[in-house]
Design a protein around this ligand. Sequence first.
Ligand SMILES: NC(=O)c1ccc[n+]([C@@H]2O[C@H](COP(=O)([O-])OP(=O)(O)OC[C@H]3O[C@@H](n4cnc5c(N)ncnc54)[C@H](OP(=O)(O)O)[C@@H]3O)[C@@H](O)[C@H]2O)c1
Length: 329
Amino acid sequence: MRAIQMSRFGGPEVLEIVETPTPMPGPGEVLVRVRAAGVNLSETLMRQNRYAVTPELPAVLGNEVAGVVEAFGTGVIGLPVGARVVAPLFAAGALVGGYAEYVLIDAGFVVPLPDALSFEIATALMIQGLTALYLVKQVPPHGKTVLISAAAGGVGSLLLQLAKHAEAKMVVAAASTTEKLNFARSLGADAGVNYTESDWVEQARAVSNGTGPDIIYESVGGTVTSDALKALAPLGQLVIYGALNIQSFQLGVPELLGLIFKNQSITGFAFASLLTPEKLKAGLVELFDLAVRGKIKVTISETFPLERVAEAHRALEGRRTTGKLMLVP
Ligand SMILES: NC(=O)c1ccc[n+]([C@@H]2O[C@H](COP(=O)([O-])OP(=O)(O)OC[C@H]3O[C@@H](n4cnc5c(N)ncnc54)[C@H](OP(=O)(O)O)[C@@H]3O)[C@@H](O)[C@H]2O)c1
């Protein structure tokens, strides 16, 4: 089979197409013919060895795919050859393996795909959908004014819709361009602020009742995180779920005093540590149902054949995408 392999860390050029043996399913395993493989920002960081976990080399990046059951090992029931499924490799504890024509996965993590959902939409609902879903479950936006950074991105575009669905009082999108803010508004955001503008903190407060958002879901890091803290309302909660520019954010004495005197809190969030196999399945079933009923709109930014994987990484790193990016082997 063809796969995208990385033998050293570096720029997108380290992602090379290789021929490797197609794996054979062992007992309890399913072999899935990949029809869509998600590309996530975390993989661009892994490629540069800037992620929290270092993959062992050589590595095939990617850990979420949708596709068709090609074969299964002994003991697997209810997943016939030809069944449309999602294979959330991340849930099975795999950091890598998805940018390929076939993946092997423990049958216990395979979730059937409703006929009404495409492989691409299902792929967008795995890591990014579950992150957005569990963010609103962990920090409920009901009745609150919320601000979402990178609101036009994969997680952000779903999170803003799920926050509306969970009856947030107001959803403020934050992003780097007017086009992205317009896109976020088209998905239901009530207001938008461009955090590349020097007065964005004042803008964020002004559109949020003058006092600031009650909840900020933040993934950009660096000065956006420190500015978000300045924009936050008294009693507000800053939820940090991305570590993109983490090195440049400092929590010092002024910030701590601000937290104390404004009764605010900072919460960390990582969806993977919240997932049990049962929660994974329940979460995906909930997201699939919302998508099938048209309650959330899933946007596919672009799909790329395997051999154009470097372009996909460049687009994501270059902040040129809205919604989900994926490979279609
Ligand atoms: N904690 C968890 O469990 C969890 C799970 C999944 C993802 N995440 C995190 O959620 C965030 C969003 O992930 P995603 O896959 O959905 O990506 P994405 O939002 O589709 O793309 C990243 C967006 O971040 C913004 N950005 C700001 N500075 C950037 C930079 N230096 N390089 C690239 N992008 C930058 C850009 O939007 P603007 O141009 O509008 O700024 C860009 O479009 C990431 O930080 C990811 O690590 C966390």
